[in-house]
Design a protein around this ligand. Structure first.
Ligand code: PGA
Length: 343
């Protein structure tokens, strides 16, 4: 079946349309050839081919003057549209290249919600034409989304041990501390052996939480079992349970960044803590990262520094009671978050 659109697409080149446009505008084959740095026979050949495909003459030459035929005028309108669209497309591409616009889909594990929106906010301030979406979900769902390539980048609390084909990069520390109410009897003690924790009521994150897995593994490796009083589905719920003196827990220091100047919570000085973990940014191997996603990856490196400093301040606020105590030694080395291992 004859399909005129297909016929044009197959047989007409953008170069021919460009030559046609120049002749129609300049009303001269010679001037068009000069403008396009082509020879006059090349220009004539291109127009002959175009005329053959369209099946109607496009120009008439009366004396030395070139005129458009009716078909020529129609083509001139169509070509203006085509080049207008291409021009706009070219502008958009260069905007994207210059990060003046674009879209970033970020998916993060639950606890990363304590810093991801701020990091995205700072990124958007730097590139204010960029739009973002943020999905916060549990570890299994982050990994599912990663496998099915739903988002541009993913933030996880640990390198997935599952055999997933992905690129990962550590960008900031994610230290876990033992957290208690500031009036807890262990709050003033130093170098508390981990065994002492098993005598305390423990508040545990829900199944599926990355932190829960890590905490359980840590107890298991120490040959200990926490005395779990309750399981709660969010870090915030756990903090409230600690405010209510229902028990102690192990939390990421990021969850405590917003605690006020008189925090009700404190960090217990437990031997072997903090558990030093990292935040990882990941994407499936072979994925073609967008310009915006690549820029965000680089931005995370800068943010790693900032997040480390924020954790340092938080640590000092929450460990302050011990540090100002009469016979308080400085916290053991390693008790503070180390800068991100970005290797
Ligand atoms: P979670 O994971 O919020 O699911 O506990 C965070 C982490 O693994 O650090």
């Amino acid at each position: 079946m004859f399909d005129p659109m297909l016929n044009l697409a197959r047989h007409v080149s953008l170069r021919q349309l460009q030559v046609f446009e120049a002749i129609a505008r300049l009303k001269s084959f010679t001037k068009a050839a000069d403008e396009l740095y082509l020879t006059q026979p090349t220009v004539s050949t291109q127009i002959k081919r175009l005329t053959d495909v369209i099946g109607l003459p496009l120009f008439e030459q009366i004396g030395r003057q070139v005129y458009l035929t009716d078909a020529g005028r129609e083509l001139q309108t169509a070509v203006k549209d085509v080049f207008g669209v291409l021009d706009r497309f070219e502008m958009k591409v260069s905007d994207i290249k210059g990060l003046k616009q674009g879209y970033l889909r970020l998916c993060v594990i639950t606890t990363a919600k304590y810093f991801a929106p701020e990091v995205l906010g700072r990124f958007c301030q730097r590139h204010n034409g960029v739009d973002v979406s943020l999905k916060v979900t549990n570890r299994d769902s982050v990994l599912e989304r990663l496998i099915s390539n739903k988002d541009d980048l993913y933030i996880l609390g640990q390198n997935p041990e599952r055999e997933l084909d992905m690129v990962t990069k550590a960008f900031a520390p994610n230290p876990l501390y033992v957290i208690a109410h500031r009036d807890h009897p262990l709050a003033g003690e130093f170098d508390i052996p981990m065994e002492r924790l098993t005598g305390e009521y423990f508040i545990m994150r829900e199944p599926g939480s990355g932190i829960r897995d890590y905490v359980l593994k840590t107890f298991e490796q120490a040959g200990l079992k926490p005395r779990v009083r309750m399981e709660l589905g969010s870090n915030e719920a756990i903090k409230h349970a600690i405010y209510g003196q229902l028990g102690i827990s192990i939390l990421s220091l990021h969850t405590l960044v917003q605690e006020g100047p008189e925090p009700q919570l404190t960090i217990l000085d437990v031997r072997g803590f903090p558990l030093q973990r990292q935040w990882y940014v990941a994407y499936p191997k072979g994925k073609e990262l967008s310009v915006v996603a690549s820029a965000f990856l680089a931005f995370l490196d800068e943010e790693g520094e900032q997040l480390s400093k924020q954790l340092e301040t938080t640590y000092h606020r929450l460990a302050a009671r011990r540090e100002v105590g009469a016979d308080s030694p400085e916290p053991r080395s390693g008790a503070r978050p180390r800068p991100a291992d970005t290797g």
